[in-house]
Design a protein around this ligand. Structure first.
Ligand code: ADP
Ligand code: ZN
Length: 214
């Protein structure tokens, strides 16, 4: 099963991707998380990506396509995977097509810009393991500390309000055309992002089950 989550920054793609990953035992591949990991480790890729990520612009296609290609050739991807944050524009989607990869389902999580902006201001992420939290909707057990690894929770540099605004512009301009792209391929479903994360999960799993039973 090859799935992809589409949606604005902060729509909840990563959260849903993790839940679905556990349920079906297939890896969730987040290009954003791969980039943040590279940045934290100060690798060549991380150094290159930093200025794009911190300012909320897209990292060049050839860089991202290379990373994804490599990641998808790993053993754990043999039974399927969930793409989170890739493809993010039409040329990345075409690159995926050229790799011979056919997605079974693209779940478009819809959340209004207004709600996105509200959500992002409460977002926190573990400095060590990357798990994300929200001060209101999914707080950690101990404030400022990761439930999973005890790491410190920080605000992502690109969650700054001005950067969020730019990321939304980038989303509308470059990523939103993918809704039409995948609709035309007959693999798109839209799920209305709910305030309560479990409600979005229920809607999402119902769509995945329909495809699995086909
Ligand atoms: P969000 O979905 O909340 O914006 P991500 O973690 O998916 O967060 O992405 C964070 C940043 O990483 C993006 O703003 C962009 O700079 C970079 N990035 C992630 N995925 C891609 C991609 N497929 N192509 C180009 N840049 C990407
Ligand atoms: Zn952690």
């Amino acid at each position: 099963m090859k799935l992809m989550f589409l949606g604005a920054p902060g729509a909840g793609k990563g959260t849903q991707a993790e839940i679905v990953s556990e349920k079906y035992s297939i890896p969730a591949i987040s290009t954003g998380a791969l980039l943040r990991e590279a940045m934290a480790n100060g690798t060549e890729l991380g150094t290159l990506a930093k200025k794009y990520v911190d300012s909320g612009s897209l990292v060049p296609d050839e860089v991202i396509i290379g990373i994804v290609n490599e990641r998808l050739s790993e053993k754990d991807c043999a039974n399927g995977y969930i793409l989170d944050g890739f493809p993010r524009n039409v040329s990345q989607a075409e690159a995926l097509d050229k790799m011979g990869i056919k997605l079974d389902l693209v779940v478009n999580i819809h959340v209004s810009d207004e709600r996105i902006i509200k959500r992002m201001s409460g977002r926190r992420v573990c400095k060590e393991c990357g798990k994300s939290y929200h001060v209101e909707s999914s707080p950690s057990k101990v404030e400022g500390i990761c439930d999973v690894c005890g790491g410190e929770l920080i605000i992502r540099k690109d969650d700054d309000p001005a950067v969020v605004k730019h990321r939304l512009d980038v989303y509308h301009e470059q990523t939103e055309p993918l809704i039409d792209y995948y609709f035309k391929k007959g693999v798109l479903v839209t799920v209305e992002g709910q305030e309560v994360k479990d409600d979005t999960t229920r809607l999402t799993l119902a769509e995945i089950e329909k495809v699995r039973n086909k």
